[in-house]
Structure formats: C-alpha cells, structure tokens
Design a protein around this ligand. Sequence first.
Ligand code: C5P
Length: 224
Amino acid sequence: VASGPLAGKSVLITSGPTHEPIDPVRYIANRSSGKQGHAIAAAAARAGARVTLVSGPVTIPDPAGVRVLRVETAREMLQAVEAALPADVAIMAAAVADWRVASGSGQKIKKDGSGKPPALSLAENPDILATVGTLAEGRPCLVVGFAAETQNLIDNARAKLQRKGADFIVANDVSPETGVMGGDANTVRLVSRDGVEDWPTLSKEDVAERLVAVIAAKLADSGE
Ligand code: C5P
C-alpha cells in the first residue's frame, strides 16, 4: 500500500504536445518537451498517488510508477482523459494544439508546379481542461491548468481560471528570452481564486514537487 501525502488519491495528468496531421508526413504542433508534465507525474507517484499520464508525442522517458497512455492528437487526448476519469485530481499540462486541419489528406500533398501553396483550413480542437473543469458530474476535486503566455500573464491566467473552471492555473512566462521552452527551469506564478503566489525560479522537478505539495495540502484542507 502506497504511503505519502497523496496515498489513496488518483491523479490524471496530460503532458507533451499534440500533433495534428496535415498529411501522412506533416503535422501542426505546439512546442512542448513534456518535461514539466512528466515531472509532475513522477512527483505525484512519489507522493503515493495512483497516476495516469496521458502523453502526446515526446522523446523523454516514461516516469517511474505511472500508467502512461500515448496519444497523437487533441481529440485522442480528450478521449483518453475521458476514459481515465474519474480522478481526484486532474492536472492538464499538455500543450494542446488549438486547431487541427479540417480535412487532413490521406496522401502526401505534392507541389503542383503552379507556385501556389495549398490552403489549409483549420477546425478548432476541443479544450480538454475546460471540458474536465466544467464537468457537471464527476468533476475531479481539484482541476489544475497551465497558462504559458508571452504577455499579460496574470490577466490571462485569471481569465483561464474562470473560463475553464480550474482551481489553479500555473502561469509561466514563455517569452523566448526566458529559456523556459524546452529548458530545465521554470518561473511560475500560481493563480487561484485566493490570489497569486510568486514562486522563485526552480527546476521543473522542484516546480512539480511544490505543486504536488500544494495539491496535497488543498485536498487535506477540503477534507477529501
Ligand atoms: O488556452 P490555453 O491553451 O493557453 O490554455 C492552457 C491550458 O489549457 C493548459 O492547461 C492546457 O493543457 C489546457 N488546454 C487543453 N486543451 C486545449 C487547449 C488548452 O486542455 N485544447
């Protein structure tokens, strides 16, 4: 039997990017290494939780002691998340592509010699965090989202908290000069209805540990 501050709790985490195919050899994606989401999964497992990690395509290893479900697209990610519910805690750290190609091609798109590029028409992907955060039935006790922004960090995070029904938004500045994207460190501001907590620059592992501690304390607080 697991011990630790999250013993007996189930935690569902999304991580990595999604890939949205254009044709069999090309895709649209967000930049994401999966490092932060995977680190949270590892930390939650060390804290004694039963962890399911729904991961988009990444090149980093699976965290120890975690059930990993691999997906490619946002729609597959949503399906895997819905199938993995219920959970006590949901942490949506994936960098989900907002759009997919409306009608992907089954064959490689070729240059036709006219000099005119093909036009891609896009369709909006489902918002996985908003879907989980606003579930009428079976919503996890705690829902955590991320906000990677290059401007108006806190305003955007607060808006996301509201709109997506999250309890916490882990907000971070991903302007190119910060080196957060693909890097090992993260400077986080934790936004909740109670306010904003500024964290020092930490390794992604330490951000994960600290987030897991906040979650364990919040669950204990709410008598869960
Ligand atoms: O709106 P934005 O993409 O900035 O929101 C980021 C947060 O929403 C992250 O927690 C991300 O995992 C989640 N998200 C999602 N599904 C989407 C888009 C974002 O779960 N389609």
